[in-house]
Ligand binder design. Structure first.
Ligand code: TYM
Length: 329
């Protein structure tokens, strides 16, 4: 019987990127046999800003098929859609009331995203999604949350909220730890290595999507912005572009950074980029073949129904306990 619980989720907003895979999904997949594991499609998080419903429906299905294509095993992992488990909404509401305005205002993701959407007004969803994320995590007594660096602060807030709640009302929630992979936790935009690789930057060559045509992937990597040196050396400050490509190579193959530096000593950037492109294309070719197998498969519905049932059992128990300690029943 596995006692420790691991959970993660991805917002179904556009295609999944290499950053999502290396920062979160891969780390989940390699650990899923060690934990009681839960992975979900964070669809409530996708409506923090208005979305086209048909497009969202497809994105949710895609996300689920992509989890399977990346190696999530439904025999080992409970896979579900967040909106199928209503307890997320209710506990999210309760956790919002446990959270200080100052805590939410300090969230880096809120500061970044509210700047870019400020012209049309800032959606409240952008402000209050961290307590919903806390609910996602706390409902399942999660011990370990593998995420990329950009979500670390939200998992830390979850820990603070759990602690505050437990101190006030008695032990109700498990305080989760975040798992940040040592390499690949912040994959950068290939065209602008000052920025994170983002789903929303699909128009340029800076973001690699897992479903990109492989020729395009190669083109994106070969045209990645580097620097005026010719040395393949890891230095995130002076050489963010090359360091990003080294991180991608290392995160996929497991080869350590010094070994990559040695292997490419005396080689130009062209050789190095070709090697990165080979490894990325190899990985994506496998994922894409799997994806085609799972997309539109009847298996998806079965997995989702079964997963929602299992998730509800635990989530309703936690929510009932939370309501009881609050005096709500
Ligand atoms: P989302 O959908 O923005 O991203 C999904 C996961 O991918 C990671 N990630 C990256 N990692 C490395 N490099 C990048 N360039 C990169 N871009 C994204 C993210 O850190 C994340 O782990 N709020 C979350 C979804 C969520 C969740 C949860 C996660 C909702 N509830 C509970 C864990 C636990 C989000 O918007 O992730």
């Amino acid at each position: 019987m596995k006692e420790q619980v691991m959970l993660t989720g991805v917002r179904p907003s556009g295609n999944i990127t290499l950053g999502n895979y290396l920062g979160a999904i891969k780390n989940f997949v390699t650990r899923q046999s060690l934990y009681k594991s839960y992975i979900f499609v964070a669809d409530l998080h996708a409506i923090t800003s208005p979305r086209d419903p048909e497009e969202l429906r497809h994105a949710i299905e895609d996300c689920m098929a992509m989890y399977l294509a990346c190696g999530v095993d439904p025999k080992q992992t409970v896979m579900f859609r967040q909106s199928d488990v209503l307890e997320h909404g209710v506990l999210g509401f309760i956790m919002t009331f446990q959270t200080h305005m100052g805590e939410l205002s300090r969230m880096t993701q809120f500061k970044l995203k509210s700047q870019s959407s400020a012209k049309n007004g800032i959606d409240t969803g952008l402000f209050v999604y961290p307590p919903l994320m806390a609910a996602d995590i706390l409902l399942y007594h999660t011990n370990m949350v593998p995420v990329g660096l950009d979500q670390q602060q939200h998992v830390e807030l979850t820990r603070d909220l759990a602690q505050r709640f437990n101190n006030r009302y008695g032990k109700t929630f498990t305080e989760p730890d975040v798992y940040i992979a040592p390499v690949g936790n912040k994959i950068l935009n290939l065209q602008n290595p000052a920025e994170k690789m983002n789903k929303s930057d699909g128009q340029n060559l800076g973001t690699i999507f897992l479903m990109d045509d492989l020729k395009l992937v190669r083109r994106k990597i070969m045209s990645a912005v580097t620097d005026s040196e010719t040395v393949v050396r890891f230095d995130e400050v002076a050489k963010p572009g090359i360091s990003n490509l080294i991180s991608i190579l290392s995160a996929i193959t497991g080869e350590c950074i010094p070994s990559i530096e040695n292997r490419f000593a005396g080689h130009g950037y062209g050789d190095f980029k070709r090697a990165v492109a080979d490894v990325v294309c190899d990985l994506l070719e496998k994922i894409q073949a799997n994806y085609r197998r799972f997309k539109n498969s009847e298996l998806l519905d079965d997995i989702l129904n079964n997963g929602a049932g299992q998730a509800r059992l635990i989530a309703s128990e936690t929510l009932n306990r939370t309501k009881r300690v609050l005096g709500l029943r």
